[in-house]
Design a protein around this ligand. Structure first.
Ligand code: ZN
Length: 133
C-alpha cells in the first residue's frame, strides 16, 4: 500500500481543478498494476468529484447549479460565514475511488477527476491512497 499527497492552489471562490494527471502520476509511481486508488481531500469546504473533462461549460454549470441550490447567503447559523461551502462539500463528498487496471486509472474517455473548491482561494491538500488487489 502506498500513500501520496499533493497541493492544489485555487484561485477563485468556487472552482473545479482537473487533478487527473496527478492521480495518474501517483498510481504510476506506486507500481501497482491492479487495485483501487482512493482520492481524498482533508478539507471541510472542498470536494472531489468525477465528471466531464471535454466541455468546460460542464464545470461552469455544475458550480452554477450548486450555487443556485445552496446560496452563499441563506440565513445560516455557522458564525464563520461559509456554511454554503460546508454544505456543498457534503453534497459533492470529499473522496472518490477509482479502479486501477493494467497500472492505469479506469476512467471513461470524457471523465476527469476534479478537486472542487467552494471557499477559495486557498492552498489545499489531496491524498491518494493506493491499495493493491
Ligand atoms: Zn466554516
Amino acid at each position: 500500500m502506498s500513500a501520496y499527497s499533493f497541493t492544489v492552489h485555487t484561485e477563485n471562490h468556487s472552482q473545479m481543478i482537473d487533478i487527473t494527471q496527478q492521480v495518474r502520476q501517483a498510481i504510476s509511481e506506486s507500481g501497482v498494476k491492479s487495485g483501487i486508488a482512493v482520492i481524498f481531500t482533508s478539507h471541510t469546504t472542498a470536494g472531489i468529484t468525477i465528471n466531464e473533462n471535454a466541455d468546460p461549460d460542464v464545470k461552469r454549470d455544475l458550480l452554477y447549479a450548486l450555487e443556485k441550490a445552496v446560496p452563499w447567503e441563506n440565513g445560516y447559523h455557522h458564525s464563520e460565514g461559509n456554511s454554503a461551502a460546508h454544505l456543498k462539500s457534503s453534497i459533492v463528498g470529499c473522496s472518490q475511488a477509482v479502479i486501477i487496471n493494467n497500472g492505469n486509472a479506469v476512467l471513461g474517455t470524457w471523465q476527469g477527476i476534479y478537486f472542487c473548491e467552494f471557499d477559495g482561494p486557498r492552498t489545499r491538500t489531496v491524498f491518494v491512497k493506493i491499495v493493491e488487489g
